[in-house]
Design a protein around this ligand. Structure first.
Ligand code: KG4
Ligand code: ZN
Length: 337
């Protein structure tokens, strides 16, 4: 490969996936992800354990990404890393490793905002959205409607005022005694259930904002009351409960997305983040796209949940813009756009 090629090594460690990827000239060559199964025993991510697992995984994961891409460390143009948002201890592992590596190799260091990277996952494969577009970013920590103006300029036009939608999925799953992470389990069960079996209230928030704490409480009380009458209620109605809750969450998400698309007169609409893997959301979004005449963009499954491929993509565009940070940089758990 000619030496003018831009070769980005990217590192992601914001939550419970340790990941590394290599992108050459904006093409992601690989995406190595070490998932931390240790949290399954606790029904949620335990920050302390996440940091320890990142420490154990980071060297093998980076090593594998480089070997897989057949690139030696000396060939790297820059090191990109997730600075935030995320868990402090988890972020520190990736941040410190990236800083050390960039220093040793004497190459630029690029900070990446994890939420912006979720959006840029849309540029890993074809088809790519055209600017400006709207992106519904839905993960375990965030629920945002973002107006994406270009690769680096993005504006949050609506967001949750309390829980993230992924958190709502996970908490409902926990109440139902399903494993962790709960979102995929609710999704799987919902496919077999009747989404009109039970009704849950949709919270009303002004403008383009969301609230998901109300539905969580509503499900808690609903289950408590029904269990008093029948101890087997959850067991006997698992699929219907999952389908009904999922339908409500999706309806809340898409109503505001439609409102945003009409407000900004944009018909390029994308979804990103872990919850964009949800099959019900994908189906309903495709339907709405027909109704509203939208062009819809949904990333491949492997780029929906946390991965370094998206960090490499964001890193590539920041490299082109020569946006580097110095060695004084530290992790930023509440990093904004
Ligand atoms: O983006 P992500 O991998 O990590 C964060 O940055 O939070 O998102 C994780 C979230 C979890 O809440 C998980 O339950 C949810 O995404 N999730 C799903 C599905 N797959 C992952 N939620 C609903 N349906 C799914 N298929
Ligand atoms: Zn994420």
């Amino acid at each position: 490969m000619p030496s003018s090629d831009i070769k980005i090594l990217a590192i992601e460690s914001s939550c419970d996936e340790t990941s590394a990827a290599v992108a050459v000239n904006g093409k992601v060559l690989n995406n190595i992800v070490a998932t931390q199964s240790v949290h399954e025993n606790y029904g949620g991510v335990v920050p302390e354990l996440a940091s320890r697992a990142h420490q154990q995984n980071i060297v093998p994961v980076v090593d594998q990404a480089l070997k897989n891409a057949a690139i030696s460390p000396e060939e790297i143009s820059a090191v990109a890393f997730t600075r935030g948002p995320g868990l402090m201890g988890a972020l520190l592992v990736g941040t410190s490793f990236a800083k050390g590596l960039a220093l040793a190799l004497d190459v630029p260091l690029i900070e990446v905002n994890h939420m912006q990277a979720h959006i840029l996952a849309h540029f890993i494969d074809e088809p790519r959205p055209e600017f400006p577009f709207l992106c519904l970013t839905v993960s375990g920590g965030h629920t945002q409607i973002v107006l994406v103006k270009n690769f680096t300029e993005m504006e949050v036009v609506g967001e949750t005022q309390d829980d993230a939608v992924g958190e709502a999925f996970d908490k409902v799953a926990k109440m139902m005694g399903l494993g962790y992470p709960g979102g995929p389990q609710v999704d799987r069960l919902a496919r077999e259930g009747d989404s009109d079996a039970f009704e849950f209230p949709e919270s009303e928030m002004p403008g383009l904002n969301y609230s998901f704490s109300g539905i969580k409480t509503a499900v808690l009380y609903f289950l408590r009351d029904r269990l008093k009458e029948n101890e087997q209620f959850i067991q006997e109605n698992k699929a219907d409960i999952a389908a009904s809750v999922q339908k409500t969450l999706i309806s809340m998400l898409l109503q505001k997305l439609r409102k945003a698309a009409r407000k900004y007169k944009i018909n390029q609409v994308a979804i990103a983040g872990g919850v964009s893997a949800n099959s019900g959301l994908r189906d309903r979004l495709s339907q709405m796209a027909e109704e509203e005449n939208w062009q819809v963009y949904i990333p491949a499954f492997e780029y929906c949940t946390d991965n370094a491929g998206m960090i490499a993509m964001a890193g590539h565009y920041k490299y082109l813009a020569q946006e580097f940070v110095d060695q004084g940089v530290s992790a930023l758990p509440r990093m904004k756009f």
